[in-house]
Design a binder for this molecule. Structure first.
Ligand code: C5P
Length: 205
């Protein structure tokens, strides 16, 4: 079984994908981490993330980078969103994601283009979304918890910019696959979102 989970930044898709993987005993790949690793590698190599030919050099990041805690930070997320617009960068990461999706035991992948590009034949496609306000508040609470000094306004602005970049890019934009089921969790907590996702998957199987 292959489950594709797509959605915008801070929609809770990662938490849902992890929960589904655990529930159904499937392997899980957070594909955002791959783009984050490219962004971080570009920074370490002094590469301009907006230069497509230079950015592709950063796709040769070492696997150890995927375990770096800094990868999850806001700055690296913004860099990831810049390197991920380039066709060559996306092409360089494609095979790795397809191979993961083809694992014999089945897999859950979460990202922006899983149901549309990486695994168009996935058994289940979920499009996880929530209002900008709900996502901004969750992200803000999480950062405050981590002791970071950021305002809700700054977070909201960054989310809107990231959404626009992910939705409007020419290559593999964030768009709901026609055969995806939408899960809007603006008014659900994490446990309720996962329960709803499991209900959707069970219904489709
Ligand atoms: O999901 P996450 O916030 O970790 O992703 C970071 C950035 O990587 C996103 O803003 C998006 O631009 C890019 N990304 C992508 N395709 C994916 C996963 C992430 O373009 N499948």
């Amino acid at each position: 079984m292959v489950i594709a989970v797509d959605g915008p930044t801070a929609s809770g898709k990662g938490t849902i994908a992890r929960g589904l993987a655990k529930h159904y005993g499937l392997a899980h790949l957070d594909t955002g981490l791959l783009y984050r690793a490219v962004g971080m590698q570009a920074r370490m190599m002094g590469i301009d993330p907006d230069d497509p030919l230079a950015a592709v050099e950063a796709t040769g990041f070492p696997d150890s980078l995927l375990k770096d805690p800094e990868l999850r930070g806001e700055n690296v997320g913004a860099l990831a969103s810049r390197v991920s617009v380039h066709k060559r960068v996306r092409a360089a990461l494609l095979e790795r994601q397809r191979e993961f999706a083809a694992r014999p035991g089945g897999a859950v992948l979460d990202g922006r283009d899983i149901g549309t590009v990486i695994a168009p034949d996935a058994d289940v496609k979920l499009f996880v979304t929530a209002s900008v306000e709900a996502r901004a508040q969750r992200r803000h609470a999480e950062m405050v918890r981590r002791g970071q000094d950021v305002t809700l306004d700054a977070i909201r602005e960054d989310l809107i910019a990231r959404d626009a970049r992910d939705r409007n890019r020419a290559e593999a934009p964030l768009v709901e696959a026609p055969d995806a089921v939408t899960l809007d969790n603006s008014n659900l907590n994490a446990a309720q979102s996962l329960a709803e996702a499991i209900r959707i998957v069970d219904d489709l199987l």
